[in-house]
Design a protein around this ligand. Structure first.
Ligand code: PGA
Length: 315
């Protein structure tokens, strides 16, 4: 039905005929329209003849001061204004779309978040492929500096800053546990007092790390000081240090990955552990979220809720 109507309308003139007619009507002159459109006068006359034949009635008549529109011609001229106005608008919008960069989501996260965020972001991108995601990792203290600067849309912390005006959305649990190599002297013990962990060599994350802060708080709350044998600047380096038999260390359970049983490391059964932390998606409290950012928050919280059950099974 729609197509039949369109075919009938097309018989009333091609877009080119309408464009020529629009120029003739505007100038009231075939000569001036031909000049404007860089066409020969006979070509313009022929196009006008064909258009009138297609419509089935004359569109132009001679007047005192050149050509003037008939009633039908006025109707066709009004339609030309609508059609060409709309086409110009379409061209402008398409031009804008071509030059505008795709929506970008900038997220900065504390280093340990690398074990969960790519999966969360990948799932978001699959349902929002027009969004470009820029994801950066750094330790907690650099992340706080970044949050101050407002350079990103969102920040992912396990240990969010306390004295900043930020809105937090809770993501997945982030249990922190003490890990060591299978042959560690405490590997087979149950309900190990934290004092025994403090007396063994301990690998500490670098200054500024959120995991380090959690470890320091854990020991100091019980009046203990760990026997730090080495400081290492990433959880991957810590895992390697553990495998090399340097001692034990506090790590996010996420850092062991899904294949924890084959990692060569064991989780020590320490009294009061795991530390039950969470990941949080943070943004400055006074930022108005765009619709795309609101969609992202919804996705991140739903994804985390689903992922949380998986993590509890591994607990
Ligand atoms: P980290 O921090 O990766 O710097 O140890 C995790 C956190 O945000 O607490």
């Amino acid at each position: 039905m729609k197509h039949a109507r369109l075919r009938r309308l097309c018989r009333h003139g091609t877009l080119t005929q309408l464009a020529v007619f629009e120029a003739v009507a505007r100038h009231g002159s075939i000569t001036r329209a031909a000049e404007e459109m860089c066409l020969a006068q006979p070509t313009v006359s022929l196009q006008m003849k064909k258009l009138a034949e297609g419509v089935g009635t004359p569109l132009l008549e001679s007047g005192n001061r050149g050509l003037r529109l008939t009633d039908a011609g006025r109707e066709v001229y009004a339609a030309c204004e609508d059609v060409f106005g709309r086409l110009t608008q379409m061209q402008d919008r398409v031009g804008e779309l071509k030059t505008r960069p795709p929506s970008t989501l900038r997220i900065a996260a504390s280093a340990t978040a690398k074990y969960i965020m790519p999966r969360l972001l990948g799932a978001f991108w699959q349902s929002n492929p027009g969004v470009k995601i820029v994801f950066d990792l750094m330790n907690r203290s650099r992340l706080i500096t970044r949050l101050h600067s407002g350079a990103d849309d969102f920040y992912v912390f396990s240990n969010p800053p306390e004295h900043m005006d930020v809105t937090l959305h809770t993501l997945t649990p982030n249990p922190l546990c003490v890990y060591a190599r299978r042959d560690h002297p405490l590997a087979l013990r149950r309900r190990i007092p934290l004092a025994d962990i403090a007396s063994q060599p301990f690998i500490m994350r670098e200054a500024g790390s959120g995991t380090r802060l959690a470890a320091e708080q854990l020991f100091s709350e019980r009046g203990l000081e760990p026997n730090v044998c080495i400081e290492l600047a990433s959880s991957e380096a810590v895992k390697q240090g553990l495998l090399d038999g340097l001692g034990g260390s506090l790590l996010s359970r996420h850092a062991l990955g899904p294949d924890a049983a084959h990692s060569g490391l064991v989780e020590l059964d320490v009294e009061g552990l795991p530390l039950r932390r969470h990941w949080y998606l943070a943004h400055s409290a006074n930022r108005q979220l765009t619709p795309m950012e609101q969609t992202f928050v919804g996705h991140a919280t739903r994804w985390s809720y689903a992922a949380a059950s998986e993590i509890r099974l591994n607990a």
